[in-house]
Design a binder for this molecule. Structure first.
Ligand SMILES: [Fe+2]
Length: 279
């Protein structure tokens, strides 16, 4: 299993609350795990030990929040070196981060802020991704973030920006279906058009998560199971993106293992069902 690339398989996020269950009984229908890079980069203790143990039996992807490819200053060399060191040990089938900026002038805003969708931003992000990929010695994938603001300067739709960055940078896309739904509702665009427009060959992974309805907007809390509209979009997406590994993302109010596992089983069943339907 160590060299598997997760193609078409459904995984879940690796959370410390589930360490005892996974170490005590590693058998599960979950087929791969995503580890949050920053939780393991500076750790020589138990979290890294558990990750490497899991890696003996399952493919693993590394998912970060601090690469900051959207910042003018770009990725920090120290961060890239630590990430590369972690990747050498965990041997992930994919390294991912977000298409956003998280800070400027050495301060981290601790938020994943969207970029203006401009040609200038495509150029800046592509150059930053190029530096990251050179330092890591591999292709990475960037995830579309949920957003709560837009810029009047934007010259293109979000999906056009995402595609332009991936093509210019020579990187892949992590398509978060929940984030598409949240942003589509918040900014009144068609999630279906977005899903259909992203080139299938660029998509290296799919995320599914849950949002909270705040009344006047949707908030990407990752604190619950995907909702029915997100499952419906997933069914639409998976027919075009059948080779992409799928992840159930649940970061806050992490549920018991069985609840998370059941969501992965559901995602795998819906995938089979959608692929069995005639075109
Ligand atoms: Fe995500």
């Amino acid at each position: 299993m160590r060299d598997a690339d997760g193609r078409g398989l459904v995984g879940v996020g690796l959370r410390s609350a589930h360490f005892p269950r996974l170490l005590g009984c590693p058998r599960t229908p979950v087929r791969w795990f995503e580890a949050l890079s920053e939780n393991y980069m500076d750790s020589e203790g138990r979290p890294l030990e558990v990750l490497l143990k899991i890696r003996e039996d399952y493919p693993v992807a590394l998912h970060g929040v601090s690469l900051s490819v959207g910042g003018v200053e770009g990725p920090r060399p120290g961060y890239l070196a630590r990430l590369k060191r972690l990747a050498e040990r965990a041997e992930p089938f994919l390294i991912t981060d977000h298409l956003c900026f998280t800070g400027a002038h050495a301060s981290n805003l601790h938020d994943l802020l969207p970029l203006p969708y401009t040609e200038e931003a495509v150029r800046v992000v592509a150059a930053n991704v190029g530096r990251a990929q050179d330092a890591l010695g591999r292709t990475i994938a960037l995830e579309n973030v949920s957003s709560y603001l837009t810029y009047p300067e934007s010259e293109m739709a979000e999906w056009e920006f995402l595609t332009a960055v991936a093509r210019r940078a020579g990187c892949k896309i992590l398509l978060d279906v929940n984030n598409i739904y949240v942003s589509a509702k918040n900014h009144d665009f068609s999630a279906e058009i977005y899903i259909d427009a992203v080139p299938a060959k660029l998509v290296a992974q799919i995320h599914l998560g849950g949002y909270s309805d705040m009344g006047t907007f949707l908030f990407d809390t990752h604190s619950r199971a995907p909702t029915q509209p997100v499952w419906d979009l997933y069914r639409r997406a998976i027919r075009r993106l059948s080779g992409a590994p799928v992840l159930i993302e649940w970061d806050e109010d992490v549920p018991p293992w069985e609840t998370l596992e059941a969501q992965a089983v559901k995602a795998a069943a819906l995938r089979e069902e959608a692929l069995a339907q005639p075109a």
